[in-house]
Write a protein that binds this ligand. Structure first.
Ligand SMILES: NC(=O)c1ccc[n+]([C@@H]2O[C@H](COP(=O)([O-])OP(=O)(O)OC[C@H]3O[C@@H](n4cnc5c(N)ncnc54)[C@H](O)[C@@H]3O)[C@@H](O)[C@H]2O)c1
Ligand SMILES: [Zn+2]
Length: 355
């Protein structure tokens, strides 16, 4: 079993197969008290909630299971309030903890609930998507969406324990699995040329290789986050590579046309075009990045009729939250990135039109 400890943000991260049945023991080892809420979504609860519940009960805990509808539409303040109400009704107090069982959506809302319930109780994350393992369960950000946009409400709350059981990925639909690779490729481009080379010869299947890959990505994200935990100095912004335009694409597609990782893949392609122009990224490296995204069946071109204008409107909307400035992450070569100040809205328009 791989265990990551201090420095990774979360106090403890376990990566291995057959971990779910050991959840109760792991929580016991942390010295957590007796009551807890397992928060999950309607797809994931069906698959794994019974196993987690059983494991917690046999370790002496008294869990309740709270299931919310699967999908991003559940990530709201209203839903978080309803979860808190159920926890209050079940008598969970300050000595309780939350187990978030699901993908990034559940990670974000369960983390939010853990951050505010009784002014904050421990959070255990059991990510069930690749994206959640390599990205959303790391860094302590929790978030909720509002009608105006995604993740506009949230707080920082580090999980006490993250349990990455590789077995859960077996039921994950292929498209969902592949979108996790968009964030992995992003990590390689901004910080790890060696992992980039390794991914070019990646063969699906072997658990030890997947375990090493997840561990490496957690280390990359943790290292970047550790330099700027509260996202204040711009260092954490490197993780936004591909996301300025990616978010615009998600929004323009009403969050239905593309999964997050797919929109990020397209955003990476556009960010590479801008990097060639503004940061001297060699054309062959740009081609290698696009090729790698395609190897993982990620989109690298927008459909002909996609409303490109809407993407620019959305980028403009995002910009309002950055006091009018464009902080655009570029890569001068695979394995490096920085926040550029010389990228213009025209550059973005040109890159989006070429997608
Ligand atoms: N907090 C952060 O730092 C951070 C970072 C990146 C993304 N996020 C958030 O993460 C969310 C996206 O996460 P996601 O892509 O994991 O989406 P998700 O949680 O919505 O899961 C995607 C789908 O897969 C299903 N699913 C999950 N695990 C499964 C399994 N093992 N088997 C079968 N089906 C399974 C879910 O029910 C859902 O339908 C977004 O809300 C995004 O804002 C947060
Ligand atoms: Zn992302």
């Amino acid at each position: 079993m791989t265990a990551l400890g201090a420095g990774a943000g979360a106090r403890r991260i376990l990566i291995c197969e057959r971990l779910l049945p050991r959840t109760g023991d792991q929580c016991r080892a942390l010295g957590l008290p007796g009551r807890c809420a397992i928060i999950s979504d309607s797809n994931v609860a069906q698959l794994f909630a019974t196993c987690i519940n059983k494991s917690l009960v046999s370790a002496g805990f008294r869990p309740i299971v709270i299931t919310i509808p699967a999908g991003e539409r559940s990530k709201t303040l209203k839903q978080a309030g309803a979860i808190c109400d159920q926890m209050i009704a079940a008598g969970l107090d300050r000595q309780s903890f939350v187990v978030g069982l699901g993908g990034g959506m559940i990670g974000d809302i369960s983390g939010f609930v853990a951050a505010i319930y009784q002014r904050g109780i421990p959070h255990i994350q059991i990510p069930t998507t690749l994206l959640a393992m390599v990205d959303s369960s790391i860094g302590g950000k929790t978030g909720l969406d509002t009608r105006a946009g995604k993740n506009l409400i949230g707080g920082f709350h580090q999980p006490s324990l993250v349990i990455d059981d590789l077995d859960v990925l077996k039921t994950l639909p292929r498209r969902q699995f592949n979108q996790g690779f968009a964030e992995i490729i992003k990590h390689a481009v901004v910080a790890d040329p060696k992992m980039f080379r390794m991914l070019r010869s990646w063969k699906a299947g072997a658990a030890p290789a997947l375990q090493r890959l997840i561990k490496r990505n957690i280390q990359i994200k943790s290292k970047i986050v550790a330099k700027d935990e509260r996202d204040r100095t711009g260092k954490r912004a490197l993780l936004n590579f591909g996301h300025t335009i990616g978010h615009g694409i998600e929004r323009a597609g009403n969050y239905r046309k593309f999964l997050h990782g797919e929109a990020v893949s397209l955003g990476i392609v556009a960010a590479c075009a801008i990097s060639v122009k503004r940061a001297g990224l060699p054309a062959d490296q740009r081609a290698a990045i696009v090729d790698l995204l395609e190897r993982f069946e990620l989109p690298t071109r927008l459909p002909l009729k996609f409303p490109r204008k809407k993407i620019l409107d959305a980028v403009n909307f995002d910009k309002k939250f950055e006091s009018g400035k464009i902080r655009f992450v570029v890569t001068p070569r695979i394995g490096a990135a920085y926040v550029a100040h010389n990228v213009t809205l025209d550059d973005i328009r040109e890159a989006v039109e070429a997608l």
